[in-house]
Design a protein around this ligand. Sequence first.
Ligand SMILES: CC(C)(COP(=O)(O)OP(=O)(O)OC[C@H]1O[C@@H](n2cnc3c(N)ncnc32)[C@H](O)[C@@H]1OP(=O)(O)O)[C@@H](O)C(=O)NCCC(=O)NCCS
Length: 181
Amino acid sequence: MLSHTQLSPAPAAVQVTVRPARITDLPTLVELLCQLFSIETDFEVRPTRHARGLRLLLGAVRRGSAYVAVAESRGEVVGMATVQTVVSTAEGAPSGWIEDVVVREDLRGTGIGTMLMADVAHWARANNLARLQLLADRRNRLALAFYDRLAFQPTNMICLRARCPGRSQPVSPGRGQGRVR
Ligand SMILES: CC(C)(COP(=O)(O)OP(=O)(O)OC[C@H]1O[C@@H](n2cnc3c(N)ncnc32)[C@H](O)[C@@H]1OP(=O)(O)O)[C@@H](O)C(=O)NCCC(=O)NCCS
């Protein structure tokens, strides 16, 4: 986990710090994810699941395989971005999946998303990740413009997904971890 914080250069009216997430941020992070999943129609707004997912992610942060960046302004969490490592056999190195990139609606377009992505990129460099990748809704033109400015290039891959057999509910934190049979 990075211990550095980043202060926003602009705008003058909004001073923003980017820092690692804490467990006490969880309720606000769930609200931000609800905003995000209300835009991304591939997903449903399910606050209980989002909270469970965030706890799983914070567990991965403790194990060193993930990072959750939050932006704070005037003592409130106003944005977030997450990254998790996977092994890329193509790269022969770990790479990072970025997810959960969202800024509170009234503060969008003020540079906070860019700060969050810079913090995630800093963590990726510090952890020797070969590349960063993410999924974006093809209809989310503002987000695509945002990633384009950050030099993320579209690829020829498409995302396919299926539910794991017999898995109607998501895994609870702690279950299925630690013991291999
Ligand atoms: C996409 C998002 C994270 C970008 O963060 P941000 O703080 O608004 O972005 P920044 O201010 O750092 O960068 C601004 C650039 O992002 C783009 N942008 C995306 N959404 C924008 C918005 N609502 N208002 C202004 N610019 C936006 C523009 O390209 C802009 O560049 P420009 O100033 O040259 O026009 C944020 O707008 C957001 O939370 N959107 C809704 C959730 C979402 O779509 N998340 C991405 C999921 S893949």
